[in-house]
Design a protein around this ligand. Structure first.
Ligand code: MRU
Length: 365
């Protein structure tokens, strides 16, 4: 998507330096900072610190990380080291493992001299496929929004609500939950999006930045406002992303998603999840029991990130009493029964094992 009139993807290979460039998302929306990754640790830190984030983008970054590792030393040992380091960064989003497993299948059978170019081509192909996948999610999601618009009085926008950032910077381009919004807006359908702040890392401000850059009307709200808005008929549709979807249609997404789904169910608001098939973990069925939930540093809750001071140092302010016990689970699971539909690159289906297997017979096994 565009930033100040220039088209960007959320990561790109710098051919002249033969290195990956990322947008360091910690500084958005205030500063657009890019970073070139120059070591294995750079890649791992970028993923862990949420410089790059969002399930599909983590997967794409790991694919380029494998290419980097093979550029340095195209051995089995170096591959396995990279796999281990990247896999340990974030446990919930399945795209990381998905990308690493696919990279292994491409790279390991090859002679060492062939590994770097093959791994780099694999990463490029994965990134390109992600863009097209997300575009198609938008094409299918657009039809749901169009139908809701048709049932509204003329001139009234379709009111959407989203949580976290499942936008173009959480993928390679387009986003998942935002792709139908971009497509609807571009098709001339009037929409307005309620954007959840998404404590503690405030990914909602990234979504707000994205939607604002694209001219999409939206309103930034605290995480607890959604239920109130739904009770008062101010939300026509919830649309969120997912970090891991089980074969039975449970979805694991940013903490707080489950509460939105409960509120949506109680108020008869359709709750849709937009996902590329790469976020389906066909090996798990019950998301509540089988998906590891990332527990992040309590400092993300006890302190408020305050930006940079005059000499460029990062500053934080403590908002809790000294020594208070904190818990910071980063994701939760929304059971399939609360999900109205899954918007995939192949079309929209019910959140159930039968419907997912019928949509992806080649992947379901
Ligand atoms: O912790 P984050 O910012 O990586 O969490 C991101 C999300 O929860 C997104 O909704 C999800 O990855 C889908 S991104 C298209």
């Amino acid at each position: 998507m565009k930033v100040d009139g220039v088209h960007y993807r959320s990561l790109w290979w710098n051919e002249s330096d033969a290195a990956l460039e990322i947008i360091d998302q910690r500084w958005l929306p205030h500063e657009f900072v890019t970073q070139q990754l120059g070591s294995l640790q750079d890649y791992a830190t970028a993923i862990y610190e949420l410089r790059v984030r969002g399930a599909p983008l983590i997967g794409a970054t790991a694919a380029y990380g494998v290419a980097f590792a093979m550029q340095q030393e195209p051995t089995d040992r170096a591959f396995e080291e990279a796999y281990k380091v990247f896999h340990a960064t974030r446990p919930t989003a399945i795209n990381l493992k998905w990308a690493l497993d696919r990279a292994r299948a491409v790279v390991i059978p090859l002679a060492e001299a062939e590994r770097f170019p093959a791994a780099l081509q694999f990463a490029h192909d994965l990134a390109d496929a992600d863009v097209e996948t997300n575009r198609m999610i938008g094409v299918h999601g657009l039809e749901i929004i169009r139908e809701i618009a048709a049932g509204k009085p003329a001139g009234e926008p379709v009111n959407l609500l989203t949580h976290c950032n499942a936008g173009w910077i959480a993928t390679v381009d387009w986003g998942t939950a935002t792709s139908p919004m971009y497509h609807a807006h571009d098709a001339g359908i009037s929409i307005h999006t309620w954007v959840d702040e998404t404590r503690p890392r405030n990914q909602g401000s990234l979504t707000s930045w994205e939607l604002g850059s694209h001219g999409i009307p939206h309103t930034y709200i605290v995480d607890n406002a959604g239920g109130h808005l739904m009770q008062h008929g101010q939300v026509d549709m919830v649309i969120v992303g997912t970090d891991r979807t089980t074969r039975a249609g449970d979805v694991c997404n940013k903490i707080g998603t489950y509460l939105k789904a409960l509120a949506a169910k109680a108020n008869g608001v359709p709750f849709y999840v937009a996902l590329p098939s790469s976020t389906i973990d066909w090996t798990v069925r019950d998301g509540r029991k089988e998906i590891p939930i990332e527990e992040r540093d309590g400092r993300e809750i006890s302190h408020i990130f305050w930006g940079k001071n005059a000499v460029g140092e990062v500053t934080e302010v403590q908002i809790t009493p000294d020594g208070v016990q904190v818990a910071n689970p980063a994701f939760d699971v929304t059971p399939a029964g609360l999900v109205t539909g899954l918007i995939t690159e192949r079309g929209v289906c019910e959140a159930s094992e039968e419907a997912l297997a019928a949509m992806f017979p080649d992947l379901a096994g």
